[in-house]
Design a protein around this ligand. Structure first.
Ligand code: SF4
Ligand code: SF4
Length: 462
């Protein structure tokens, strides 16, 4: 099997050994509480329940009419105790529905639906109704991703099992423990998008999973109707960060480029995380909405690294010390991986649909230092897989010159953090890019509001 790759990138220490061989344990803290953010991807939802309501596991509790949105569901059966704001990933406070579990197994799942006899519209409606969003980090509503723009021809459905972030091993465990569901999810996504070929993409450091996935694909082929008719294979990529980025994955596996500002569909591809594909299979076969997820808990300051499966809304802090014990000297808590995750001010935040891991890092593992002035070494340019000049973008953002920053590719940056990782001056490049993007979006919103106001004035004058 040839090893595919892309230009640029880095190879940080993998640090996956602590959890790679640990099976996923289902856990729920004895606090019995979940704090479920009302919106987890797409347009803002509105709660459908009130304080005091009794809810079943899987019952829809918040939704929006907007197409680009995904409903959320009760992850436990119990009673709604309050609806109030709470800290979430990103260090912002957002409205959450707090449910106290009653220990019962009352469920309100959807009816199973055969994706191979359902119409495309019925299938897309099922994906939306199950609240599926990208579980690899982006939280993009899955029904939107599986419904590419009119005229786009999808050749490849790429199952993203690269898991290139250090420490994280949950996707590898899902592929090992639930290979049949992942492969079924690939077949379903291919059927919905019309993709001719499905490819499950792994990094070389997970080569041991190739026979597991190939055996699952072969089993599917035993019944050459429905999913068995789908052409599904496994590909290996070089272990390199950010291999799991959509653009890098597409380039490495198909040789195709996603145009600047374009979607993967512009390159004839749809990319889905392997955890999302497992959830896709469950949404059809079991009628199960996205109400739980697996994640890796690790880091040098974590005494009991593990892979766990918890109801969405479980507070990470509630798992300590009952499920996870910490060593003294936690210097940084990260929601997600160390490269693209968010440093959190406390562990009291809920696991959401896109929480792939939580890391407790020591001072040694993290660079808790201020940035020095740029020394113009150009290393950031040589590693950027999007072929940008990070130093120039950061300079333009710092100078408040947004036009220059955009011209240098600010909006094409995928915030992978590779440039910041190699910078000898520890320039906080990604932070500058995030601030720059926020400034650009704020400016765009202001312009749009001005335009809308001018339009109203003109209409009023007529
Ligand atoms: S400029 Fe953006 S895309 Fe390029 S390496 Fe830096 S963070 Fe990644
Ligand atoms: S790697 Fe750091 S120091 Fe070197 S040019 Fe880029 S921003 Fe400057």
């Amino acid at each position: 099997m040839s090893i595919k790759s892309f230009k640029g990138g880095i190879h940080p220490p993998e640090r996956k050994d602590a959890t790679r061989n640990l099976p996923v344990e289902a856990r729920f803290p004895s606090t019995k509480l979940v704090w479920i953010p009302v919106t987890q991807g797409g347009a803002p939802n509105k709660p459908l329940v009130s304080v005091g309501d009794s809810v079943a596991r899987g019952q829809k509790i918040a939704e929006s009419d907007a197409f680009m949105s995904a409903p959320v569901h009760a992850s436990v059966a119990g009673t709604v105790k309050k609806i109030e704001t709470h800290l979430v990933t990103g260090n912002v406070d957002v409205p959450c529905i707090v449910i106290e579990a009653d220990g019962s197994d009352r469920t309100a799942f959807l009816s199973p639906l055969d994706p191979f006899t359902a119409t495309r519209e019925e299938s897309l409606a099922r994906v939306r109704e199950a609240g599926l969003v990208g579980m690899g980090g982006a939280s993009f509503p899955t029904h939107v991703k599986l419904n590419p723009p009119k005229g786009a021809k999808i050749d490849y459905l790429l199952a993203n099992g690269a898991e290139c972030e250090p420490y994280l091993t949950i996707d590898a465990r899902i592929m090992e423990e639930d290979a049949a569901k992942v492969v079924d999810g690939v077949a379903i996504a291919m059927h919905i998008t019309g993709a001719a070929e499905g490819i499950i993409v792994l990094e070389e450091n997970k080569a041991d999973l190739v026979p597991v996935l190939e055996a699952a694909a072969a089993k599917l082929r035993e019944n050459p109707v429905g999913p068995g008719a789908c052409k599904i294979s496994v590909a290996l990529c070089k272990t390199k960060y950010p291999q799991g980025g959509e653009k890098m994955l597409i380039k490495a596996v198909t040789g195709r480029e996603v145009p600047s500002g374009g979607l993967p569909s512009a390159a004839g591809c749809v990319v889905q995380n392997v955890g999302t594909l497992k959830a896709l299979s469950e949404a059809f076969r079991e009628g199960k909405p996205l109400i739980e997820r697996g994640l890796t808990i690790s880091g040098g300051a974590c005494a009991t690294p593990k892979n766990i499966l918890v109801p969405i809304g479980t507070l990470v802090g509630d798992l300590i010390p009952e499920v996870v014990t910490l060593n003294p000297g936690v210097a940084k808590i990260i929601s997600g991986g160390p490269m693209m995750g968010f440093a959190m001010k406390s562990a009291s935040f809920p696991v959401q649909k896109n929480t792939s891991g939580v890391l407790f890092l020591t001072a040694k593992e993290t660079a808790l230092v201020d940035e020095d002035p740029c020394i113009g070494c150009g290393r950031c340019i040589s590693v950027c897989s999007c072929r940008l000049a990070p130093v120039l973008i950061a300079r333009a953002v710092k100078a408040g010159n947004l036009e220059e920053a955009k011209r240098c590719g600010l909006m094409d940056c995928v915030e992978c953090g590779t440039c910041a990782y190699v910078c000898p001056a520890r320039v906080k490049l990604v932070q500058h890019f995030r601030i720059g993007k926020l400034m650009v979006r704020t400016e765009m919103a202001k312009q749009a509001a001005k335009k809308a106001a001018a339009g109203t004035d003109t209409k009023g004058a007529k």
